[in-house]
Design a protein around this ligand. Structure first.
Ligand SMILES: [Zn+2]
Length: 97
């Protein structure tokens, strides 16, 4: 059971890493292309904004109990007084309750 969770976590991180690498590669190719067409142009704020809007595998949220940062896609979420709170593990959620 623990091994299954471990594999799931590893898979999530591997996917996140792959996504990051792909984003870097596509960005690098875009930069190369830009240099060929229009050289010596300072980076415009438009490109900086576009970089921020790249979708990520999930948001990082701090565990309410121990403070470990966990991706929302992997974290255990719970409702507390109308707001969503996140925990890194079931053990932390039970400790908090
Ligand atoms: Zn925790």
């Amino acid at each position: 059971m623990i091994r299954a969770i471990l594999y799931a976590v590893i898979t999530i991180f591997a996917l996140a890493f792959l996504r990051m690498v792909m984003a870097l590669i596509t960005k690098g190719m875009g930069d190369l292309f830009k240099e060929e067409t229009a050289s010596q142009q300072p980076p415009s704020p438009a490109t900086a904004g576009a970089r921020q809007s790249v979708p990520t595998a999930g948001e990082l949220k701090a565990c309410r109990t121990c403070g470990t940062y966990t991706l929302t896609s992997a974290a255990i979420s719970a409702e507390e007084k109308g707001t969503k709170v996140y925990f890194c593990s079931k053990a932390c959620r039970e400790k908090h309750a």
